[in-house]
Design a protein around this ligand. Structure first.
Ligand code: CA2
Length: 145
């Protein structure tokens, strides 16, 4: 079976490409999904991109990933800075975890500088725009090679 990378996205990222393009750019999550699928295909990896505005849904998807994913790429959005529940769920996942932020969070408000998810993430991308997801996919392919 083709190993699959789950690409999980947290609250408000459904608005990507539709609001605040000065911070988050013009590309949509559908564009992200297409780019990641293309990189995955070339590396022999499947991809599954999901987005939810609900913390519990993200936790449930991480639990599901324990059984079905070779790796997780996650942009937890605001949950990055608030959610011990997402961190605890990621701590039960045994494969590689890469944390992605579209914006350069360390250049922004102080409350965005701390990430609970970084306590588990094997790598962190910030400030690469949506290209960060593509870079994360390439690194994931390298880690799973
Ligand atoms: O830079 C990132 O990717 C963030 O994870 C995005 C979160 C923010 O809370 C984090 O500090 C950094 C916000 C996601 C909101 O997404 C939107 C996208 C387009 C328009 C409005 C919101």
């Amino acid at each position: 079976m083709t190993p699959t990378i789950h690409i999980l996205n947290g609250p408000n990222l459904n608005l990507l490409g539709k609001r605040q393009p000065d911070i988050y750019g013009h590309d949509t999550l559908e564009d992200v999904a297409a780019q990641c699928a293309e990189i995955g295909q070339a590396a022999g990896l499947g991809t599954l991109l999901r987005q939810s505005n609900w913390e519990g849904q993200i936790v449930d998807w991480i639990h599901e990933a324990r059984e079905t994913a070779a790796g997780i790429i996650i942009n937890p959005a605001a949950l990055t800075h608030t959610s011990v529940a997402v961190l605890d769920a990621l701590n039960t996942f045994e494969g590689p975890v890469i944390e992605v932020h579209i914006s350069q969070v360390h250049k922004r408000e102080a409350f965005r500088h701390h990430s609970f998810v970084s306590h588990r993430a094997d790598a962190v991308m910030a400030g690469f725009g949506i290209h960060g997801y593509a870079l994360a996919m390439r690194h994931m392919a390298h880690l799973l090679d």
